[in-house]
Ligand binder design. Structure first.
Ligand SMILES: [Mn+2]
Length: 309
């Protein structure tokens, strides 16, 4: 089979029983039927088609491992692990369809799902899954990314560089996309022009470096005008030293603390405006290129925040 469903692994990690009942880490919170859940997309096909350096297929396993030993916050929530959708070779479209269906099913059982990528081709499946779960809803897409990922599918089909063009093609009239943290030199003028033509909201990395709050008005507007928020985080939005283990490291990048603040702000605003953040994904983690596991840990800190809020 070119696409397989892999059951969740056993979560293990450090235990500190001598510190009493509050010495809890995330691996101790994993259980079936929780309100929150994680689902992996083990896939290299999108990055390979995008001519990037492969390795994202190992992302879900590395992210789980980095999550396991993070401490649980006060009033921690349990979460379920739904296992992986694993793609062999170039079976990208079949993998995305399987993932979309798994997401649709998961969203009927869990109030918030965090998908562990995979390259950014994950996003096409994520959006499709959310769309299948809520066919009529208005969905706002918040992408934290150095790249617009608005390239048009070529002869080989979609890739990790095309998800938002593919999402738009599903329903051009309802496309509502905000890209936060893009780097000017990492996007061709063709993509910048396309973003403009398609009404894409843009906040540049330099704007966030000058003012960490620069994206808040655009994020608030996006959340206010939609029924659901879909948050997709490309780890390569952060600086190369914070996120070396990605398919395409950033020369400049947005500071990690700023990305954390933006994620918190999006979570808080979606709660206060009653626009649920039902689905998030973290993509482009490429463990083979990581150093000391720092990229996996960076991604895990963001995943923890989304799972535990
Ligand atoms: Mn991306």
């Amino acid at each position: 089979m070119s696409v397989t469903l892999t059951p969740a692994p056993d979560w293990t990690g450090r235990m500190d029983p001598e510190d009493g009942p509050d010495a809890i880490r995330l691996h101790q919170l994993v259980k079936p039927g929780a309100r929150r859940a994680v689902l992996g997309f083990a896939c290299d096909a999108g990055v390979k088609r995008n001519k990037g350096r492969v390795g994202a297929k190992e992302g879900p396993a590395a992210l789980r491992q980095a999550l396991a030993n993070l401490s649980a916050p006060a009033n921690a929530l349990a979460f379920s692990d739904l296992g992986d959708v694993a793609v062999d070779g170039d079976a990208l479209e079949a993998g995305q369809e399987t993932l979309a269906n798994a997401i649709r099913d998961a969203l009927s059982e869990h109030e918030r799902l965090v998908v562990l990528g995979g390259g950014h081709e994950t996003a096409f499946a994520s959006f499709k899954g959310l769309r299948k779960a809520h066919p009529k809803a208005r969905i706002g897409i918040l992408n934290l990314d150095a790249h617009l990922d608005l390239r048009l599918p070529g002869e080989a089909g979609g890739s990790s560089g095309t998800p938002f063009a593919q999402i738009r093609a599903l329903d051009p009239d309802r496309f509502d996309y905000l890209c936060v943290g893009y780097a000017e030199e990492a996007n061709t003028q063709a993509l910048m022009k396309r973003a403009q033509d398609w009404g894409v909201g843009l906040v540049r990395d330099h704007e966030l470096i000058a003012d960490p709050l620069a994206a808040y008005p655009a994020i608030t507007d996006l959340i206010a005008r939609n029924d659901f928020l879909y948050l997709t985080i490309d780890i390569d939005v952060m600086s190369h030293f914070q996120a070396p283990g990605v398919s395409a490291p950033a020369a400049r990048g947005v500071p990690f603390s700023t990305i954390e603040q933006i994620v918190s702000f999006a979570l808080k605003t979606s709660a206060s405006l009653k626009t649920p953040l039902a689905l998030a994904d973290l993509v482009e983690l490429s463990p083979v290129h990581d150093r000391d596991g720092v990229t996996a840990k960076t991604a895990a800190v963001l995943a923890r925040r989304i799972l535990m809020s």
